[in-house]
Ligand binder design. Structure first.
Ligand code: GN1
Ligand code: MG
Length: 369
């Protein structure tokens, strides 16, 4: 059982929050950190903040992690202020420091904790309901990237090396298949075979990068739809969150992950594989929203590879989920022993449906470039 809520009050008291702790409840559906919505009282008024126990298996250097986030959010805030944007506390994630001014706290449990201001009146979605939402989320991520185009990249530490690197991920899968450390290989031999048969996708991105056609840019690197918040009334994009991996990278992965997560009417581990296809209206909305903000910056090879990118990220995720399954789920949070295998199967269907829908999707991209 998770004991954290019991000592979270003590952690809370070490951050610059001027009031009394009321309660902490688990929040959101991220696969990595433990996130809590904490309510507290200031002069009888109930208020909220977000507290997270950072996953130190995945992020062992909280100092660089939080320094990156602080640099990026300061930069975004300054830019938006100059543009006359109001309500900056809703538009950019704000770190709440500890009493001693640190960006995170090392708790007595040896965990690393951080605190963010809670963004009122906005929500995230794991599965979208409309194309307008897809458009707003893609636009929010596009704008986020556009604002960071002139961010001095040398200031950012590399948080996870080779994060998006399907070839390296494939090598790791091959190695884990060879070792089969948890004796889980027999139910997923077919999935392994399918993924090995798509190795050309990993080789293609490698040649594009090596050939110099795809530039490094500051990107978000985790543009899953539930990492952007929409306003509860207007439905407009409010704020991009989960800034852990903002680093120099390839914009194709950001676009691809918007398609992977924002164009289907099913969850990331949908078990009825016949439901898995790209809704073309939503694909249109994602493409339009993203290119409205980022289109002017993208090179021709980037624009020509948007559909490929969508397939590629599903491929990378399929490899990562299957590797994690074979290793006994040390990385992604799971809701049962088969969860990572179910996620793998969903991603494989995505790869295949993008193949079938490719012509239609390319046509949609053509209308916006
Ligand atoms: C993780 O933190 P979250 O749930 O937004 C993962 C992403 C994957 C995603 C798959 C640091 O994202 O790379 O695309 O799960 N984050 C990390 O749902 O590995
Ligand atoms: Mg996240």
């Amino acid at each position: 059982m998770n004991q954290e809520p019991e000592y979270i009050e003590n952690i809370f008291s070490q951050f610059q929050v001027p009031g009394e702790f009321t309660q902490a409840v688990a929040h959101g559906s991220g696969h990595i950190h433990n996130t809590y919505l904490v309510t507290w009282k200031e002069k009888k008024k109930q208020k909220k903040i977000i507290m997270q126990r950072i996953n130190s298996y995945i992020f062992p250097c909280p100092n660089s992690l939080m320094t990156n986030i602080s640099l990026v959010t300061d930069f975004l805030r300054k830019k938006l202020r100059l543009r006359g944007v109001n309500n900056l506390e809703r538009r950019v994630l704000s770190i709440i420091p500890t009493h001693s001014g640190q960006l995170f706290l090392r708790g007595e449990d040896d965990g690393y904790w951080r605190c963010y201001r809670y963004i009122e009146n906005a929500s995230t979605y794991d599965v979208l309901e409309t194309s307008e939402q897809a458009y707003e989320i893609a636009r929010a991520f596009g704008q986020f990237q556009a604002l960071l185009q002139d961010f001095p990249s040398e200031k950012l530490a590399t948080i996870i090396k080779n994060f998006h690197d399907p070839l390296a991920r494939l090598d790791k899968l091959r190695q884990v298949v060879e070792e089969d450390p948890c004796h889980r290989l027999s139910p997923c031999k077919k999935e392994v075979e399918i993924l090995l048969s798509y190795a050309h996708l990993a080789q293609k991105i490698e040649s594009l990068i090596q050939g110099g056609s795809i530039p490094l840019r500051i990107v978000h690197n985790d543009t899953k739809i539930n990492n952007a918040m929409l306003d509860n009334q207007s439905g407009k994009g409010v704020c991009v969150v989960d800034l852990d991996l903002v680093m120099p990278g390839y914009t194709l992965y950001d676009f691809g992950d918007l398609v992977r997560t924002g164009t289907g009417e099913f969850s990331e581990s949908e078990q009825d594989l016949s439901n898995i296809k790209i809704n073309e209206d939503r694909f249109t909305a994602v493409t339009r929203g993203y290119l409205e903000e980022m289109g002017e910056y993208l090179s021709t090879p980037e624009l020509e590879n948007l559909v490929f990118a969508s397939q590629l990220i599903c491929y990378e995720l399929a490899i990562r989920f299957l590797t994690d399954y074979l290793e006994g789920d040390p990385y992604f949070k799971t809701k049962g022993p088969e969860h990572n295998l179910e996620r793998t199967r969903t991603q494989i269907q995505m790869i295949q449906t993008i193949e079938r829908q490719q012509e239609a999707l390319e046509k949609i991209v053509q209308t916006y470039v």
